[in-house]
Design a protein around this ligand. Structure first.
Ligand code: 8DG
Ligand code: MN
Ligand code: MN
Length: 364
């Protein structure tokens, strides 16, 4: 019998929101390498390059099997010369010099440690490095004035840099559920972010809170926060007020990731089952809470489920292909000059002319 050795040539549509990307990544070695280069670009203030690497990684995450030769990638979108070179190096030599050099570079390592502190962004880390700070101990000894977030970040550094597990997320969910039910019966809470996409671990736990009756959600966040505080669950919290006004504010700016919901960035004190001596009785976990009115719930749900690349691509698709502006509040049709209502994620995908992609397939 004739044996045909066939090499698969992959193909994929160019926007991540057109693709189904599960957590089953057959090319993790390649996508880890490209993600590291993306991270390095972002830490260097080169956001454009960062996005390019993220898009390239996003395409590879969705492929149905491992890549064995770069020739399989000829027809794929988003894979520029630079990304292809990295892929080729790894396929042919087992590693990419650029990636290995980046990993070893002092600058990258220090930036990762410093931005690993909750409340510290690239700009602050950059300034500290210029002032000669190279690590956590040095930062602490330097007597630098830290804001409240950074103080908490430094204090709980180890805990916050350890992955949150699914069972820890469930434990946090139970607490938030109780808080919400206590302060406003009938209010609903939904797990969002990476855990909604089915991830087994995360860097934090994200929740969206609403009430089926429009307006009842007003003032909810301070009550939830007070309840949590009174029960001793909060190590840190910063609440930001809702500042979104439809019409007055104009349609959402499509390029911006920031929205105007009432939200709370917090650090939870999570008590854990103590299974023996020497185990800490509790640990610090980052938790994000967002409150949305029911009329914006579907947009908030879609906008906060992620992944970050998937969200960015949704907004790019809306703007470039549909002349629409999508945010976590609303969808505005620039041609018809009106807002398009939706009470489910499915309706939003339909407005955008996209096939519905469930959360578990938004892991680009
Ligand atoms: P991880 O925590 O497991 O690392 O992953 P994640 O859950 O996907 O990431 P995240 O950083 O917790 O963000 C969750 C989603 O929320 C993601 O799609 C990005 C989105 N998001 C923010 N900040 C904001 C914001 O200010 N506005 C909007 N609309 N979305 C935001 O992180
Ligand atoms: Mn998250
Ligand atoms: Mn978050």
């Amino acid at each position: 019998q004739l044996q045909v050795l066939e090499v698969v040539v992959f193909s994929a549509p160019s926007y991540a929101c057109q693709r189904r990307t599960t957590l089953d990544n057959h090319n993790a070695i390649l996508t880890d390498a490209l993600s590291l280069l993306a991270e390095n670009a972002e830490l260097s203030g080169e956001d454009g390059r960062g996005v390019a690497f993220r898009r390239a990684a996003g395409v590879l995450k969705g492929l149905p099997e491992p890549v064995t030769a770069v020739t399989q990638l000829v027809g794929l979108p988003c894979l520029g010369g630079h990304s292809l070179r990295v892929v080729k190096d790894i396929l042919e030599n087992g590693a990419s010099c650029e990636v290995e050099d980046t990993k070893q570079s002092e600058r990258f390592k220090v930036l990762k440690v410093l931005t690993g502190i909750f409340g510290v962004g690239v700009k602050t880390a950059e300034r500290w490095i210029q002032e000669g700070i190279r690590g956590l101990q040095q930062l602490q000894d330097s007597g630098r004035t830290l804001n409240r977030a950074q103080q908490a970040g430094l204090q709980h550094y180890e805990d916050l840099n350890q992955h949150v597990t699914r069972s820890e997320a469930d434990a946090v969910a139970a607490v938030v559920e109780e808080a919400v039910a206590s302060v406003l019966p009938g209010a609903r809470m939904t797990l969002i972010g990476g855990f909604r996409r089915g991830k087994l671990t995360g860097h934090d736990v994200d929740f969206l809170i609403t009430h089926p009756e429009e307006g009842r959600e007003v003032g909810l966040m301070p009550k939830v926060v007070s309840w949590l505080e009174s029960q001793g669950f909060l190590l840190y919290q910063k609440t930001t007020k809702n500042s979104y006004l439809e019409g007055e504010d104009g349609p959402a700016r499509p390029s911006s990731n920031m929205d105007r919901f009432e939200r709370c960035f917090s650090i939870f004190k999570l008590t854990e089952e103590v299974n023996g001596e020497g185990l800490k009785p509790w640990r610090a976990v980052r938790v994000d809470l967002v409150v949305s009115p029911i009329s914006q719930f579907a947009f908030a749900l879609l906008g906060w489920t992620g992944s970050k690349l998937f969200e960015r691509e949704l907004r790019r698709w809306a703007g470039h292909k549909k002349a629409m502006s999508l945010s976590s509040h609303a969808l505005y049709d620039n041609t018809q000059r009106r807002y398009l209502r939706a009470s489910s994620e499915e309706e939003i995908f339909a407005h955008l002319g996209l096939e519905y992609i469930p959360p578990s397939e938004r892991n680009a």
